[in-house]
Design a protein around this ligand. Structure first.
Ligand code: HEM
Length: 162
């Protein structure tokens, strides 16, 4: 792990970013926050819907705007996150919050891949009538997603306090 961290810290990207000046880290942090808020704002709406809130709003009407917004937010958070990490990677060596956060992000992406393959999700996204059991399936995955992204945010916030 330490070798990987040292590699990132001494990479051409890290040297380039550190050479840009004192505002760079702050601006990357700002991009990270904008990414996180777009991702989590969208995920929160979608997951609460999957958990059964707002029954009068068709799921497809929420899925359409929230999924691309969450994807865009994730890309921004991931790109800025790796760039921030490259500034002083080895200082995070042994930081349990980072070691929990990164694998949980992978679990979150796997959860997204599974949800999108569910017949219940496909029916909901296409605006088709739900079949028995759909609501429960979607609620389970929506609840799981909420738990995952809350864990990622909590770990991210705590990294700096270790
Ligand atoms: C590959 C993906 C990511 C990497 C490498 C990464 C890395 C980082 C780093 C290095 C920090 C600064 C820690 C510090 O010293 O205080 C940070 C902060 C943070 N990250 Fe990430 N991150 C990633 C994705 C995400 C995602 C997807 C979320 C949320 C859904 C997230 C949530 C946070 C939060 C809440 C903070 C604290 C921001 C602050 O208080 O200023 N991160 N992240």
């Amino acid at each position: 792990m330490l070798e990987l961290m040292a590699w990132l810290e001494t990479s051409a990207l890290a040297e380039f970013l550190r050479g840009l000046g004192i505002w760079t880290y702050g601006l990357l942090n700002l991009a990270h926050i904008i990414g996180i808020s777009s991702l989590f704002g969208a995920v929160l709406l979608l997951d609460l819907k999957l958990l059964g809130l707002w029954p009068s709003i068709p799921a497809a009407s929420l899925i359409r705007p929230t999924v691309p917004l969450a994807a865009l937010g994730f890309v921004l958070a991931a790109v800025s996150g790796v760039m921030m990490l490259s500034f002083n990677t080895t200082e995070y060596h042994g930081n349990p919050f980072l070691y929990v956060k990164l694998p949980v992000i992978v679990v979150g992406l796997v959860n997204v891949a599974i949800i999108q393959r569910l017949a219940a999700w496909r029916r909901a996204a296409a605006g088709l009538p739900a079949e028995p059991g759909d609501a429960r399936t979607l609620a389970v995955f929506g609840g799981l997603s909420l738990l995952i992204w809350l864990t990622v945010i909590s770990c991210g916030r705590m990294i700096g306090y270790w």
